[in-house]
Design a protein around this ligand. Structure first.
Ligand SMILES: [Fe+2]
Ligand SMILES: [Fe+2]
Length: 176
């Protein structure tokens, strides 16, 4: 992929409107821990990036348009990952690819993603992943009362909602 294409491709898969400034009211390790789940848990930006990149590679041989959609969405997820990492840093956390469960580090691993067989099962799983991500962000929105972080989560949810729209269009085109 060339850089010029990369510069503009992701814009096609992000919802219109600017992203809020990355800011936090104060450091808060509990908030950092919650955001680590969105960052590198089972349902996370890291899982989404890797699932989309894998599907992109598998679709390249089958359908260029669909392959480009997967790539384009993965770039937006990468932007989400980066913004979450910045917030986690500001909250006093360390954005390694892990979450803490029962006082133990659980590192991200490749079993978290749905590899799939064909176009339709992969698209269905992509859509389910987006829905699960939105539900998790909404849960965390309620627990994180910092308005700066809430604005960021709202904006990310807008992108994920747009991804559902794009993926559903593809599902209708290829799977009916
Ligand atoms: Fe995302
Ligand atoms: Fe998404």
């Amino acid at each position: 992929m060339n850089d010029k294409k990369n510069e503009t491709l992701w814009l096609k898969c992000s919802a219109p409107g600017p992203y809020p400034e990355i800011k936090t009211s104060r450091s808060n390790l509990f908030y950092a821990q919650l955001l680590m789940e969105d960052y590198a848990g089972v349902v996370s930006e890291l899982s989404a990036i890797n699932q989309y990149v894998y599907h992109h590679i598998m679709f390249e041989e089958r359908d260029k348009e669909l392959a480009e959609l997967e790539e384009c969405i993965s770039l937006v997820e990468m932007h989400h990952l980066e913004m979450l990492a910045q917030v986690i840093r500001m909250l006093g956390g360390d954005p390694q690819y892990k979450v803490v469960k029962n006082n133990q580090d659980v590192y991200w691993n490749g079993s978290y993603i749905y590899y799939g067989q064909e176009i339709c099962d992969r698209l269905v799983s992509d859509i389910e992943g987006e829905k699960a991500a939105i539900a998790q962000y909404q849960q965390h929105y309620k627990l994180i009362t910092d308005p700066h972080i809430q604005r960021l989560l709202e904006r990310i949810i807008q992108d994920e909602t747009y991804h559902i729209q794009l993926l559903t269009q593809a599902l209708q085109k290829y799977c009916t």
